[in-house]
Each structure stands twice: as C-alpha cells, then as structure tokens.
Design a protein around this ligand. Structure first.
Ligand code: 5AD
Ligand code: SF4
Length: 478
C-alpha cells in the first residue's frame, strides 16, 4: 500500500532513541473543536481492550473522549457505528488474537457499510503490523498510537467527515499529557498513571519501543487525582507504571517512588496498590513506606523472569538470581505478611534444560504467591530476535506446563495459610451460585453468600475452608 499524504507511520528505529531532553508536561493540549463535539451524536461505539492495566487506563481515556464527542457506549460490536480496538503487542499470540478478531468483525460491514473500524494501542506502534493492516485489512479506517490519544477527535473527523483513511502513529520519546477526559469503568477500584514508558530495554521486550521513554507525572497532579477518587467514593487505587520504582527520576525530585507512595498513603484512601516494580531499583525506603502504612496493600508484583543468572544477563535484567533472592527475603523480613508474585519467561533463546531446572528449583525454594508464566515470543526489532539457541515451541510448552503445575501448588499453599485467620476483604461482585467475591490486601480471593449491602465495601472476614480453585470461604464479622 502506497503511503498517502498526511499519514504518519511507525518507525522502530526512531522509537528506540533516547535523548536527554525532558518530557513536556502538557496541561491544556486537549480540546475538542465545536464542530467536532457533535460528531458522535446518535452514534454508538464499541471499545475492546487487550493487554495490561496501562491499556485499561488508556481505554478509560478513549471512552471519556468519545463520550465528550457524544458517542454512546454499547456492549456488542453488532450494535456499533464505530469499533475501536485498543491493542497489546507484548507477545505474538496477543497480536494474532486481535488480527483474528478484526478479520471476523469485517462481516458486520456487509450489513452496515458505514461501520468504522479503528485500531490503537501498542500494535499500532509496530511497523510490520501497520503495514499488514494497510495492505490486507482494508476495512480498518483509523490507526493511531499510544502517543497521540488526545488526537482522537481530529482523526475521527478526518475519517467521518473527509472520508479519509487516517493513520497517525508517532514514534517518539513522548510527553505527559494531562487534562484528558476519563470515564472510569470501575466503581470501587481505579487506575492512576504515575508515569509512562520504559527505559530498561530488556532484550525481549517491545514496551520501550511502543510506549516511549520513562517520564513521570508531577506529584501534585497524581495526588490531586487520588483526592478526587477518594471523594468520589473509590476504595482502591492502583498506581501504574511500567516500572514504578523509576518514578520521579526524570523530574530530579527527592523521595522518588517511596515519597510519592507515602504522600498517597497520607491522603487516606482505603487501599493503595502499585504495579509493576523492577527488582533492580527497589529501594529500602520503598520497603519501609509499604511496611509503615496500613493502607498500602501488602502485595508486590516483582517479576524475576528467570532463576538463572546467565539467562538474566542476556535478558538484560541487571540483577542476578542471588540479588533477587536477597531483595525478596529483605521484603519478607521487614513485612512478613507481604505476598510477592512474579513473572517468568520460559524458552528464552539459549535456555537449556539445565537452565530451566535451575529456574524451577529457584521458584520452588522461593515460594512466591503466584507465577505468571509466558513462553518467550519474538518481538520484531528487539535484540532477542537475533540471539542464538532458539528453543523449540514444544519444549517451551512443556516447560510452561511444568511451571503451571508448580504455580498451582504454590498458590494453593499461599491461600491455605490463611484458613482460620482474619483479614479485610473488598467485595466486588457476584460469582455464580449466589456468592459474592472479593480480595484481601494480599490478593487472596474470598467468597461469601451474596449480600448487596456488602458489595463495594471493605469487611472484616474470617476464613473457613479453601475450595479447589483456592477461594477461601469467608465469614463476615462486622
Ligand atoms: N515474550 C514473552 N513474555 C514477555 N513478556 C514481556 N515480553 C515478552 C516476550 N517477548 C512478559 C514479561 C513481563 C510480562 C508483562 O510479559 O514476563 O514481565
Ligand atoms: Fe519490558 Fe523490561 Fe521495561 Fe518491563 S522493565 S516493560 S520487561 S523493558
């Protein structure tokens, strides 16, 4: 497909550039011109989100923008005039799912020729994906990336009024754009971005290319958002960043993430979580703040990726197995009730059976509360693509299965430890069979007989038996 005037296509080379230039904090960039504000009048949108919490939060912004343009949300793509896919690029299977979905939704266009398709998020930042979309998914009318969500009104205008196929993807370090509208999807739990992007460049990971450089929001903007959420009745917030530990480094501020966490805790919202932390720069001050504040939940997601120091080295993780172990135990000593979960990639290039056994034994001894296990997936443009020692997919699949089995045992033991004890639970919604469910601060799942007055409430609960899914039966005490 020939490039058309006005298109901005992704470029992976530009996306990996890091300069010393500071990110601009834009406080009034977003606005909707009057003639565009009514574009969605009488029109319906269907938004589907793939991937991580950053994408979930971006979708809340996309929904906020569309609703300011008078679009109405619908739950089924069949009812929509605009279908927007906010996509994830972390692994190939995530991408295949999206492409399959876009392909199958094309049939709706037969019944509704004016139906519009848009694709945004991390996949839009990839050269090969956009080339494929332009060439073979001709029903996709709009493609934009992670850096220019605020441009959605103008881009939609270009598609809906000018009848253009619109492509605007910026491969740049990125800025911080405040003042974007938001429609929160949850009533009791909310996401709060504290920073964007990643500069770690782990050798397998596409994120630093799709989401730009590490850049922090101003502390006061974050705290103000938390104050508003508290006033609106939200019970739990999760502070979001690809690596929250890096918070504030670009702002040359004192205190960093530990300082932000403490100030957030002082606001007094009932539950604070954060994700994700890189083991490399997890400070003693952070451990200290988590230990001191009751409203910071005793749960840390601390991806290790491998238990073998040689593999960690070629992954570019900047720590050894021993350093991870030391950090893990330091946290456990200071906060004994703190749960720690982790991510593992199996089948990384060069991972021998012996390396895998090392990882397996490491995890078995470590006993994290939960494992998220991923087979290595080649991401175009990342260094791991060219590394020797490719692991057969069937071998990787078997290694995943072995770790899944281990995870089942570890998680079962973690949940079983709580039987007979008490803790607080935020009940969220209903489970089949007249039950409601919620989570403890340490992410143990709890069920109890449905009681409408307890939904969205934090209750003191005693835990009875654990079932085969590791759910604890809860007896509400207050
Ligand atoms: N292949 C497999 N898993 C990956 N992850 C990131 N990139 C890849 C990849 N190319 C995993 C890591 C990370 C989690 C969010 O996704 O474990 O922590
Ligand atoms: Fe990817 Fe590593 Fe950054 Fe995490 S820290 S987003 S794994 S590059």
């Amino acid at each position: 497909m020939k490039k058309q005037p006005g298109w901005a296509l992704p470029n992976l080379k530009d996306a990996q550039v890091r300069t010393t230039k500071e990110a601009v904090i834009e406080k009034s960039l977003f606005q909707i011109p009057e003639q565009i504000r009514l574009l969605g009048q009488g029109k319906k949108y269907y938004l589907r989100t793939y991937g991580c919490q950053a994408n979930e939060r971006d979708s809340e912004t996309l929904a906020g923008i569309l609703e300011e343009m008078n679009f109405t949300a619908v739950e089924h793509p069949e009812d929509a005039d605009l279908i927007l896919m906010n996509t994830c690029a972390i692994r190939k299977n995530a991408e295949d799912k999206v492409l399959g979905e876009i392909g199958s939704l094309k049939r709706l266009k037969r019944k509704k020729p004016d139906l519009l398709f848009g694709l945004c998020g991390c996949m839009a930042q990839e050269e090969d994906v956009v080339a494929k979309l332009l060439e073979t998914y001709r029903h996709v009318n709009l493609i934009f990336g992670t850096h220019n969500i605020h441009r959605l009104p103008e881009l939609l205008y270009d598609v809906m009024v000018n009848g253009n196929r619109s492509v605007e993807v910026l491969s740049k370090e990125g800025d911080v754009i405040e003042n974007l509208p938001v429609r929160r999807f949850g009533k009791h739990k909310a996401w709060v971005n504290i920073m964007y992007g990643c500069d770690k460049f782990c050798t397998y990971c596409i994120v630093p290319y799709t989401r730009g450089k590490e850049r922090s929001r101003m502390m006061e903007d974050i705290l103000e958002e938390v104050r508003i959420l508290k006033a609106e009745g939200f019970k739990e917030i999760t502070l979001l960043g690809q690596n929250v530990n890096s918070y504030g480094k670009d702002l040359h501020m004192e205190g960093g993430f530990a300082g932000l966490l403490e100030e957030t805790a002082k606001i007094g919202i009932e539950r604070i979580r954060f994700t994700t932390s890189h083991p490399w720069d997890f400070t003693d001050e952070m451990i200290d703040v988590i230990a001191r504040y009751e409203n910071i939940m005793p749960f840390i997601h601390l991806p290790v990726q491998s238990g073998d120091s040689d593999i960690l080295k070629i992954m570019g993780r900047r720590y050894t197995r021993e350093q991870y172990l030391t950090l893990f135990h330091k946290i456990k000593e200071r906060i004994p009730h703190c749960a720690i979960s982790t991510d593992i990639i199996v089948g990384f290039p060069g991972e021998t059976e012996e390396d895998f056994r090392t990882t397996y034994d490491f995890l078995e001894g470590l006993k994290p509360a939960f494992l998220h296990i991923f087979p290595f997936s080649e991401r175009p443009g990342t260094p791991a693509v060219d590394m020797p020692g490719k692991v057969q997919p069937s071998v990787a699949t078997r290694r995943v299965a072995e770790l899944e089995e281990l995870c089942g045992r570890l998680h079962g033991a973690f949940c079983a430890k709580a039987v007979g004890s008490e803790d607080t639970v935020l009940f969220e919604s209903t489970l089949r069979g007249g039950m409601m469910f919620g989570y403890t601060g340490s992410y143990r799942r709890v069920k109890a007989p449905y009681d409408r007055t307890r939904i969205n409430a934090i209750c003191r609960v005693r835990f009875g038996a654990m079932d085969e899914s590791h759910d604890l039966m809860g007896d509400i005490l207050d």
